[in-house]
Design a protein around this ligand. Structure first.
Ligand code: FAQ
Length: 310
């Protein structure tokens, strides 16, 4: 019976039919999706912090308005994604607890500090840029609610990426000091941006089942290569030097060959030992505690409405 169900489920996946919340699905598919979607949601919410750090110090009203809108969008993405994960039977509270007790991960990139204004540009350009490469592919993921949320999120991320690149362009066409600031920021964010795609395919614990179930449509290494290829000419256009001294166009492959990522650093940061891991989670805990009264007020308002209606 279970075998029949599994075969039917896989047939649906193979024929590109979306899986919807009330459809039968293997337990491992549900668990894997909850893991990935909730971690994706946590990344969006924790990802508000590094740029949020610059809202009060943006150099002009225009830049401030753009940054405010962007950071707010990231919060919104987190909310769509938490709602998406909830359709799989996990509660918001369980997800938040997992983030705060360290059992759930979020993107390693957000454990790096934002030291200068140029970092706001580098995050928009490189971090949102890497996120879009991945999320465009996730628009075709097999789980209906996740796929639909990706369509909307990608539209907003595309504006984020452009504003970041435009900021970097302004700095790299500016004074010598501004150009140096842009270069320094590129040097610090380039490698962590490559790490956003996860470990090499051969080291990726979840890729085989995620590819079979079409949760992921392209592998970590394939997506990373796309990002490397699209970023190289962008760096050249800015007139900055490429942080990867081994980067070389490979005519045969029609792709860039590149230097190796520092995987020790990657595993250290995702396991809690980055510059800002403790600070990011503590900030989340503080904000969550400060917001407790809002959640309580909402619940009691809803209860009152229900009692009135009854
Ligand atoms: N950071 O077996 P795999 C954004 C973990 S959104 C931390 O390859 P998988 C928007 C992985 O979870 C950015 N952990 O895993 C924005 C697993 O650990 P687990 C977020 C990482 O899932 C911009 C273990 O390593 N995007 O930036 C990372 O098949 C600006 C083994 O790895 C998404 O989440 C990492 N970089 O592939 C916001 C997209 N890489 O769970 C604000 C959706 C791997 O067993 C400002 N997610 N790990 O404990 C995905 O596509 C996938 O989950 C991957 C990882 C590709 C991230």
């Amino acid at each position: 019976m279970e075998i029949d169900q599994e075969q039917k489920f896989q047939n649906k996946i193979d024929t590109e039919e979306k899986i919807e919340p009330k459809d039968w699905m293997p337990d491992a598919y549900r668990k894997n999706l909850i893991r990935q979607i909730s971690q994706h949601a946590h990344s969006e919410v924790i990802g508000m912090q590094p740029e949020g750090n610059w809202i009060s110090r943006a150099p002009s009203l225009r830049r401030k308005a753009i940054l405010l809108a962007k950071v707010q969008d990231e919060g919104g993405h987190g909310l769509y994604l938490y709602s998406t994960a909830e359709t799989l039977g996990i509660t918001r509270e369980e997800m938040i607890n997992a983030l705060q007790d360290g059992s759930a991960k979020y993107a390693s990139i957000f454990n790096y500090p934002t030291q200068t204004w140029a970092d706001v540009g580098a995050i928009g350009w490189l971090v949102d840029g890497a996120a879009i490469v991945n999320q465009i592919s996730l628009q075709r993921t097999s789980y209906g609610p996740y796929s639909r949320s990706m369509v909307r999120i990608c539209k907003e991320e595309s504006f984020h990426q452009r504003q970041g690149y435009e900021l970097m362009l302004a700095l790299s066409r500016g004074s010598e000091a501004q150009k140096e600031m842009a270069q320094d920021s590129l040097n610090r964010f380039y490698w962590p941006a490559l790490m956003m795609f996860g470990p090499h395919d051969t080291e990726s614990a979840h890729s085989a089942s995620s590819m079979k179930w079409k949760i992921k449509r392209e592998t970590n290494d394939d997506l990373r290569q796309k990002f490397i290829d699209q970023t190289a000419p962008q760096i050249e256009f800015l007139g900055l030097s490429h942080p990867d001294k081994n980067l070389k166009w490979n005519e045969k492959r029609s792709h860039y060959d590149c230097g190796e990522i520092n995987w020790d650093e990657f595993w250290r940061v995702i396991n809690g030992d980055g510059h800002c891991n403790r600070q990011r989670v503590q900030h989340h805990i503080n904000a969550h505690e400060e917001g407790a009264w809002v959640r309580e007020a909402l619940v009691s308002y809803q209860q009152k409405k229900k009692t009135k209606a009854a």
